[in-house]
Write a protein that binds this ligand. Structure first.
Ligand SMILES: [Zn+2]
Length: 147
C-alpha cells in the first residue's frame, strides 16, 4: 500500500474516511419476505461540501420507486438541498453513512413495505389529493403521506 495512504489512514479524517468507505460497501438488507430479500448497496462518497450517492437510481430501481420520490424523501428528512444528476444523487452538505442507511430503512418502512402483510411488492397510487400504498400480495390499500 502507498505510504501516503497509510499515513492518511492514521489521521482522524483518514480513519473516518476508510471506516465510512467500508460501511458504505456493506450491502444493506431492507426487508425480507419468503425467499425475497431486498438488498441495496449504496455507494456513498463524501466530498468536502457535498455527499454523493453514486448508484442512486439503481437503489431506487431496486426499491421499485421513482428516483425523484426517494430523493425528495432523503432531502426532506435530512433537511438538505440536492439534485439527481444521471445515476447519482448530489446532496449539499454532509450526511453520514449511518444517517443515509437509517433514511433508506425509514423509506422502505413508510413507502415500500405493506403495513398489513409486510409484502414488498407494492406500488404507490394517487387518488385525488391522496396517496396510497397498494399491496400486490394481500391487496391492502394503506394511506401514505405525500412527499
Ligand atoms: Zn400486503
Amino acid at each position: 500500500m502507498d505510504k501516503n495512504i497509510i499515513e492518511f489512514a492514521k489521521t482522524r479524517e483518514g480513519y473516518q474516511f476508510f471506516l465510512e468507505k467500508v460501511m458504505a460497501d456493506l450491502p444493506q438488507t431492507l426487508g425480507k419476505i419468503g425467499d425475497r430479500v431486498l438488498v441495496v448497496n449504496p455507494v456513498i462518497i463524501h466530498e468536502s461540501k457535498r455527499t454523493v450517492i453514486s448508484n442512486f437510481t439503481n437503489i431506487a430501481n431496486t426499491l421499485n420507486r421513482e428516483p425523484e420520490h426517494l430523493a425528495r424523501f432523503i432531502l426532506k428528512e435530512s433537511a438538505k438541498a440536492g439534485t439527481i444528476q444521471g445515476e447519482r444523487l448530489l446532496i449539499q452538505g454532509r450526511v453520514t453513512n449511518e444517517e443515509l442507511r437509517k433514511l433508506l430503512e425509514l423509506y422502505v418502512k413508510e413507502f415500500v413495505k405493506c403495513p398489513v402483510c409486510g409484502g414488498l411488492d407494492t406500488r404507490i397510487v394517487a387518488e385525488k389529493r391522496f396517496r396510497f400504498l397498494l399491496c400486490e400480495v394481500c391487496g391492502a390499500k394503506s394511506a401514505i403521506r405525500k412527499i
